[in-house]
Design a protein around this ligand. Structure first.
Ligand code: ZN
Length: 436
């Protein structure tokens, strides 16, 4: 195959070199770029790009972003004028450890299959937020991470058994820093953080041990602060004393742990942010309340990262999907550029994944092509309370590793009636990966 391809390429190069005024467009095998997205509005927070740009892709990587790249340089060109072209969305908080058969468990039935919820809303990377601990991470990896087309990363639960339900998640004896750190180091780049969640007791054990593991493995900790114990473990102490700069507080707009006090952000939240603690949305089924989010946003307490907390109870309720959560921040008045940054480069940076979340030359070509629709829409919080909005993001096309993995309206495809009667597959392996 390699020899044959090389021989064809050599022949085509020879042809192109000959004087032929009506030379055809270069064949995919010899084109400078595999794919060109032409005329879209690029938003790339890391590179501070917010303008109409062409994006060229070669071998799964971003080859060039420029004002004008000739279509003749690409094996395939797609007109994306009028659409936004952004890095593939990164959902920092999702639950995808499904398939074990365990009931009422985020290492089982409460989680969802990543590929059913990712590409269709522009998401190319999902981070499982603590479904597994060191005891079952390798089962999670074998069952989901290695078999999904979505890029799945993980926060490893400080609880060895992961999120298997209350009796496991509140078992202090199973919160061991050393084996958690060892597992994280063994799977560096896949385990990108440590998680603590759903702890009901008044002790600091889960937070302390998570930070110990995070320090040993040099990765951030994400905290779901569990039951509220304002006297024994107040939020302000977590954010100003316990967490390190770079650690992540999720469910920031839940209001369940005094995030808002007398209509204003808890002074501990403000102090924590000054120290470098990161704040994440983690919408979920019970962690996003308009009566908390709106005053927090008005006070300037915006999220560092937008995430879904996707699971079986949030997927059809107020949360729905990544784009719907992003739409809520548009409805609260955030500029699109900011919302995109909070869903791409910011989460990538939080988990130290420098090859993701931007469109620099050489970056992994994970891309979302989004349409911003205008109309009359409504967005629900954890209690089903509605906020009206006038904008909704729709994923028109999603690319992972430089190839189309999803498209809504077939922008890359020929009209069927223009094809030969016996037409078959219309894509090419250099740019099309919609079917496996
Ligand atoms: Zn969660």
């Amino acid at each position: 195959m390699m020899l044959k391809g090389a021989a064809i390429a050599a022949a085509l190069v020879a042809l192109a070199g000959a004087a032929r005024p009506q030379a055809p467009a270069p064949a995919a095998a010899t084109a400078k770029y595999d794919l060109l997205l032409k005329g879209g509005h690029v938003i790339d927070a890391r590179n501070d790009v917010d303008a109409v740009r062409d994006v060229a892709i070669k071998d799964g990587k971003i080859a060039l972003v420029a004002a004008s790249i000739p279509a003749a340089d690409a094996g395939k060109t797609i007109d994306v004028a009028g659409l936004y072209v952004t890095p593939g969305l990164i959902d920092l908080h999702a639950h995808v450890y499904t398939g074990t058969g365990e009931r009422n468990s985020y290492a089982g039935d409460n989680s969802v299959s990543p590929d059913g919820f990712s590409f269709r809303v522009g998401v190319t990377t999902m981070v499982d937020a603590g479904g597994s601990g060191y005891r079952n991470f390798e089962d999670f990896k074998d069952r989901i991470i290695d078999r999904s087309r979505t890029r799945v990363l993980a926060f490893l639960n400080i609880v060895g058994n992961g999120m298997r339900g209350g009796k496991f998640e509140s078992d202090q004896a199973d919160m061991e820093a050393k084996p958690a750190a060892d597992m994280a180091l063994k799977h560096k780049g896949v385990i990108v953080g440590i998680k603590t969640a759903h702890y009901t007791g008044p002790e600091w054990t889960p937070v302390d041990h998570a930070v110990e593991a995070g320090t040993a493995a040099d990765i951030p900790v994400m905290v779901d602060f569990g039951n509220n114990h304002p006297d024994t473990r107040p939020l302000a102490d977590l954010l100003t004393k316990k967490l390190r700069p770079g650690d992540i507080y999720t469910h920031m707009y839940s209001g369940l742990r005094n995030e808002l006090v007398d209509g204003k952000p808890n002074p501990g939240m403000i102090e924590g942010r000054k120290r470098g603690v990161i704040f994440d949305v983690g919408h979920g089924g019970g962690s996003f309340n308009w009566s908390i989010a709106v005053p927090m946003m008005k006070a300037g307490f915006t999220p560092d990262s937008i995430s879904t907390d996707l699971h079986i109870s949030s997927m059809n309720a107020g949360m729905k999907d990544m784009l719907n959560v992003m739409d809520k921040f548009l409805a609260m008045g955030e500029p699109l550029k900011t919302v995109i940054a909070q869903s791409t480069w910011h989460p990538a940076r939080e988990i130290k994944q420098d090859a993701l979340g931007h469109l620099s030359t050489g970056a992994i070509a994970d891309i979302a092509v989004l349409r911003l629709e205008k109309g009359q829409y409504g967005f629900l919080d954890m209690f089903g309370a509605r906020m009206a909005g006038t904008q909704r993001l729709v994923a028109e096309m999603t690319l992972k590793d430089g190839k189309i993995v999803y498209e809504l309206n077939g922008l890359s495809r020929p009209e069927w009636s223009t094809l030969p009667k016996d037409y078959k597959t219309t894509g090419a392996p250099t740019w099309d990966a919609t079917r496996r």
